[in-house]
Design a protein around this ligand. Structure first.
Ligand SMILES: [Zn+2]
Ligand SMILES: [Zn+2]
Ligand SMILES: [Zn+2]
Length: 315
């Protein structure tokens, strides 16, 4: 019971911080809400741990022991509990689905809060509260089988609902405005829509024009007012959208989803065969041997790395 109570208290205190006019409490708001979410997750792991296992599933160290009947059991050791990565691994292994992309967004915001702070307006944490609402509501209903309103209390619940509604309305306006523009590819629109301002963390980004070419617009953060021209916006948004795939291609080998555009050195979407910056489509098939040109070998010469090498020797 105590983990659940701590989780609920932490979320409630975070929402009180949010409702306070004192700007300095923005930091404790983000910390408390995030800590509350992690405690909800740990509560789930604690109720799934077998009785007498010392809550094995929430402990960082779990060791095998033999019981009186010489049967193998796993017991939690020490006081250290699992971190975010540990919870993620255990949930995946137990088929407990959680929107980890959204958690990562909340966690990044929390980590960057000191950096954001000078630009932070109260509205900026609306996106964090709104994301937290989605996670909390979903998790309590689906995985704890409880009514979130009853669990959190009417006051906290009302704050969550209201913040979420206001944020969703503003987010919808931004999305509609972005959708009115023409993009080189739908992936770029999706990247813009999913982008959070690197100054303040807000997800409310508005284009300066409607119905035109996306490349002609500037992009304005509605929370802190930062303005980005298309070239800067596209680089930030597309690399954010593909950060996980880029990471995988570095660690597991495999092709990078992004390349340098041979035409403008902008950001090139390899699978979509188009430069997100300038709209250029490079030749993906080697004109000498017919093999596929790999992302890092794209050039304006239309040959694979091997053929370019052989031909440079023939010269
Ligand atoms: Zn901003
Ligand atoms: Zn280009
Ligand atoms: Zn070739």
């Amino acid at each position: 019971m105590s983990i659940l109570k701590n989780a609920i208290d932490s979320i409630a205190v975070g929402l009180e911080d949010y409702s306070s006019p004192d700007q300095r409490r923005v930091i404790s708001c983000t910390r408390n809400v995030f800590a509350g979410i992690l405690l909800l997750f740990k509560y789930k792991l604690s109720i799934l741990s077998s009785p007498g296992s010392d809550e094995a599933l929430i402990k960082q160290r779990v060791l095998p022991v033999l019981d009186e009947g010489d049967r193998l059991e796993w017991k939690g050791k020490g006081t250290k509990t699992v971190d975010v990565q540990g919870i993620k691994e255990r949930f995946e292994s137990l088929n407990i689905d959680v929107d980890w992309k959204r958690i990562e967004k909340i966690n990044n915001f929390r980590n960057d809060i000191e950096h954001y702070f000078s630009n932070l307006k109260h509205e900026a944490i609306r996106s964090l509260i709104s994301d937290s609402f989605v996670i909390i509501n979903d998790f309590i209903r689906k995985h704890l089988d409880e009514d979130p309103k009853a669990l959190l209390g009417d006051g906290a619940w009302a704050v969550l609902i209201e913040v979420n509604e206001v944020y969703e309305r503003e987010k919808d306006e931004c999305t509609t405005a972005l959708q009115s523009l023409s993009f080189f590819d739908g992936e770029i629109l999706a990247a813009f829509d999913g982008y959070s301002c690197d100054e303040c963390g807000s997800g409310l980004i508005m284009p300066s024009v409607r119905e035109g070419e996306a490349t002609d617009a500037n992009y304005i953060c509605k929370s802190c007012g930062k303005i980005l021209p298309y070239e800067d916006m596209v680089r930030g948004a597309v690399s954010d959208r593909y950060s996980y795939e880029m990471y995988l291609s570095h660690t597991d080998g495999g092709d990078s989803p992004l390349a340098d555009c041979p035409e403008c050195s902008g950001i090139y979407l390899y699978a979509q065969s188009i430069c997100a910056t300038c709209g250029h489509t490079a030749e993906h098939e080697c004109q000498r041997c017919g093999s596929t040109i790999r992302p890092e070998e794209l050039s304006d010469e239309s040959f694979c790395g091997y053929c370019s090498y052989v031909m440079s020797k023939d010269d």
